[in-house]
Design a protein around this ligand. Structure first.
Ligand SMILES: *Cc1c(COP(=O)(O)O)cnc(C)c1O
Length: 366
């Protein structure tokens, strides 16, 4: 099989162990004689998978008992609307750190508008749009009369990250799509944590939601049944047919994570990987990192050619491709390069990219 060093931003590399286990389960799921995608979601075999999924989440992230864990279709993007539908009453603030943050705010704005509220009912408390979202805004004050404050902990496109769990005077909601399970999180500081699985915890097709019990029944307005967290809490994420395949792969991915020592150990490994690549970006004369150093993401590493080598951008892209690198093209809104070093990406993968950058430098810098 062709060797690919996969740095895709999502969907992305998943652990080989999870893929292999899934292949087996597609042949014969737990001795049922059926593929995992063909068993009833009401069967006891499937219920055991759902239970294992929840308990792995609880164990790996040390989720307190007053939280519910949901597995829903529609991706992180539908969660933008869920959050507004379930929590927005009169006022909410968002930290505008990129495209995903803007999209989440747009849902709250739309809802506010449909209820005849002004533009300031759902607003950006601070923004880093002035510098193409290359940093995390700081020094803003969170008003105490908000229904909630929304952050995007890792900005996948720009490679910035909020790496600590902030204190917040109002319910804190976080889109953790691209850094969930990359580090230890103090879940008790959040009212809702959500994200799409396809970056660190599984394939596309399922979103995870960790919702504190007091966030159910928050608003008096009607919430469409499928958009109501309460529906899915009551239904154990099986009010309707859940995305069984994506959930199965998620369980296998989390089992792998537990096997290597959980999020604490994973964070150690991720830190090493990240330092290796940023070290090379900073050392190599041909490249420049684009994110503010103190806000650099441990997951998505964004860099461009140094101005004097700008003309060699495509050449580096082709060179890297010839060495088996996949998915290092930067997002179209930023340009340059982006290497996503999610959990399943190994130190060897990162070393291969670093070797490639060094070899390219030798070819061009005298
Ligand atoms: C990928 C991503 C999304 C979008 O996820 P979908 O599951 O495709 O809707 C949202 N937020 C962040 C931070 C992401 O990285």
């Amino acid at each position: 099989m062709k060797k690919a060093y996969n740095f895709n931003a999502g969907p992305c590399k998943l652990p080989k162990e999870a893929i292999d286990a899934t292949i087996e389960a597609l042949k014969d799921f737990n001795g049922t004689g059926m593929p995992v995608i063909s068993v009833s979601h009401r069967s006891k075999e499937w219920e055991a998978v759902m239970e294992e999924c929840s308990s792995l989440w609880k164990e790996l992230l040390h989720i307190p008992d007053n939280y519910h864990i949901l597995f829903l279709g529609g991706g992180a993007s539908l969660q933008f609307l869920y959050v507004a539908m379930n929590l927005f009453d009169h006022k909410a603030a968002y930290l505008e750190t990129g495209v995903w943050a803007k999209k989440s705010l747009a849902e709250a704005r739309g809802l506010a508008k449909s209820r005849g509220l002004g533009d300031d009912a759902a607003y950006a408390i601070a923004s880093s749009a002035d510098k193409t979202y290359s940093y995390i805004p700081k020094g803003y004050t969170i008003p105490s009369d908000l229904d909630y404050f929304h952050i995007t902990t890792n900005n996948t496109i720009y490679g910035t990250e909020i790496k600590t769990d902030m204190d917040c005077p109002v319910p804190l909601v976080a889109d953790m799509s691209s850094d969930i399970m990359s580090r230890k999180v103090d879940v008790s500081k959040y009212a809702v944590i959500y994200g799409g699985a396809q970056k660190n915890v599984g394939p596309a097709g399922v979103a995870f939601v960790i919702v504190r019990d007091d966030m159910l029944n928050r608003v008096k307005t009607y919430i469409p049944t499928m958009l109501n967290y309460k529906t899915h809490v009551d239904g154990g994420s099986m009010f309707n047919t859940p995305p069984v395949f994506a959930i199965y792969v998620m369980v296998e991915t989390l089992k792998w994570l537990k096997g290597i020592g959980g999020v604490e150990k994973m964070h150690e490994i991720n830190t090493k990987k990240s330092e290796l690549l940023y070290g090379e970006i900073d050392r190599n004369k041909m490249f420049v990192g684009t994110a503010a150093k103190e806000d650099r993401s441990i997951m998505n590493h964004c860099f461009v050619m140094a101005p004097e080598y700008k003309a060699l951008e495509q050449e580096f892209m082709d060179f890297a491709k010839s060495k088996g690198m996949v998915g290092i093209k930067g997002h179209r809104s930023v340009g340059g390069f982006r290497a996503s070093l999610y959990n399943a990406c190994t130190i060897e993968d990162v070393q291969a990219l670093v070797d490639c950058m060094q070899e390219f430098e030798k070819m061009h810098v005298k």
